[in-house]
Design a protein around this ligand. Structure first.
Ligand code: GLA
Length: 372
């Protein structure tokens, strides 16, 4: 490989619990993965950001003065959006060559786009000689996802991609951005991540539709109770004020309130080593995402049900936005190999898709290495 000045990486993520609550001011419990996007970067003395990939033939040359005009580019829109919004946030851009390499599987629901966005901004900062704040990087990366990729996402993915810590999940309060690193001690269990391999379709539009629904719920509840976000409600509050909601809007809000409660209980269960309870919370989360929030689909439901049916599995749920992508399961170490065989066989029989199990660890957020 040619010589570059920095090697910058950011992580993909798995969310343990707290799904579809980040944009409602809820708490989430994601962990960064050793799957990551790497950017090799060097200054090039021009006013262009040149992009190349180790595994794609495309090459792009983005003019720093025209970064707003690249929204249509399939691969380069993330980098263009990040560079544009980073500059708009008051940071200096310098012309550079970037070589991208991504080990987060695309379309898996493990946040390859957050890893790309966060590592791009961290690389732009490094090559400009700036020591950037990972929280600010995450916030700008989220803006880029919203404005350039058209997904009105919350802050979870970009936050953990930037701020993750090996061996820990982050309990992140998405309302205040307060965080706590929670060591992932699973008392004799492993986390198994499995991809249902159903091609993603309509994720963006369905995602944005859910966001609109919970905003409608919030507006209706605000008429009877002064809250700033749905996560302000406890299940007991919801038993009262939920009466102003009906049909699907009621279901969506109920999911959010109960999922927030499950996150609190999951953190305590994990800290106290109560794995059975953690597993039961994962199962309850999946059921709610299936029945109340309706973001699972036949394949994720089949995969989670197969996992939940294995005796070594304490709990299993979809992770990420849903509509395809991955499940995360809590499985006793000694049963992992048999679990994989059992799940793969049953899932493929039911759906016709293969399962992919991933080997990955809980890794760090942004890393920056100067190359000599
Ligand atoms: C996607 C979004 C996140 C979050 C999850 C669902 O990954 O990018 O902000 O909303 O879906 O929990």
């Amino acid at each position: 490989m040619e010589k570059y000045l920095y090697k910058v990486t950011a992580a993909g993520r798995v969310n343990l619990i707290g799904e579809h609550v980040d944009y409602c001011g809820g708490k989430v419990l994601p962990a960064a993965l050793s799957f990551r996007n790497t950017v090799y970067v060097r200054p090039n003395g021009t006013d262009k950001i040149n992009l190349a990939w180790t595994d794609l033939p495309e090459k792009y040359s983005l003019e720093i003065g025209k970064l707003e005009s690249y929204r249509h580019l399939k691969h380069a829109k993330y980098q263009a959006g990040c560079a544009h919004l980073w500059e708009k946030a008051g940071h200096k851009l310098v012309g550079c060559d970037m070589l991208h390499e991504c080990t987060v599987p695309f379309g898996s629901g493990l946040s390859s786009s957050a890893a790309i966005e966060v590592s791009t901004i961290a690389a732009l900062a490094a090559v400009a000689g700036e020591e950037a704040d990972p929280v600010e990087i995450a916030l700008v990366a989220q803006k880029a996802e919203i404005e350039y990729a058209g997904v009105s996402c919350g802050i979870m993915d970009q936050y953990v991609s930037a701020n993750g810590k090996a061996g820990c999940a982050i309990r992140l309060d998405c309302k205040t951005l307060e965080r706590e690193y929670v060591p992932v001690h699973l008392g004799g269990c492993a986390l198994v991540i499995a991809n249902c391999n159903k091609p993603h379709a309509l994720v963006e539009s369905k995602y944005n539709e859910r966001r609109a629904e919970v905003e409608e719920a919030l507006a209706l509840i605000k008429k009877v109770k002064p809250i700033s976000c749905l996560a302000d409600l406890t299940p007991a509050d919801f038993a009262e004020v939920g009466k102003v909601l009906h049909g699907k809007i009621y279901d969506r809000a109920k999911h959010v309130v109960e999922e927030c409660d499950r996150v609190n209980r999951a953190v305590v269960a994990m800290k106290e080593g109560r794995m059975e309870e953690l597993g039961a919370l994962l199962n309850a989360s999946h059921a709610s995402l299936k029945d109340l929030y309706e973001v699972t689909g036949k394949e994720l439901d089949s995969l989670a049900a197969a996992a939940q049916a294995h005796p070594a599995c304490l709990g299993s749920r979809m992770t990420g936005a849903g509509f395809g992508g991955c499940t995360v399961s809590l499985v006793k170490h000694e049963g992992v190999e048999d679990f994989k065989k059992f799940v793969a066989e049953r899932y493929t029989r039911e759906t016709g898709y293969p399962v992919t199990f991933y080997e990955t660890e809980i890794g760090d957020g942004i890393t920056v290495e100067k190359l000599d």
